[in-house]
Write a protein that binds this ligand. Sequence first.
Ligand code: 5GP
Ligand code: ZN
Length: 114
Amino acid sequence: MTDCIFCKIISGDIPGDIVYQDDDVLAFRDLTPQAPMHVLVIPKKHISTINDIQPEDAALIGKMFLAAQQVAKEEGYTERGYRTVMNCNAEAGQSVFHIHLHVLAGRAMHWPPG
Ligand code: 5GP
Ligand code: ZN
């Protein structure tokens, strides 16, 4: 999608601090990190929100979690722990409408989330 900032990171039109990629997913550091590690895992296919995920995307969504697991491992947080978050629509805090899995680690996390 031409006006999507994350599609532009996928295409290389705007830079991203990429930490992992394969044929289906890309992971890069968040511009405004909320924890010592804050990585966003996105599908290379444009999907706007969780509401737009289709049954045929099920494996792709699984691959996003496998990428999160891999990044956490490479950065040393497998045992310490990490949080994954995906916001859906405005009231939940979604500001970029290309689904992304936040992967946060390196500090104590609070519950419930704000
Ligand atoms: P949301 O609020 O939609 O759940 O998360 C969007 C995230 O994307 C935010 O944490 C924000 O800091 C991050 N973000 C927005 N624009 C860019 C960008 O151009 N590059 C990177 N790396 N992160 C971005
Ligand atoms: Zn997109």
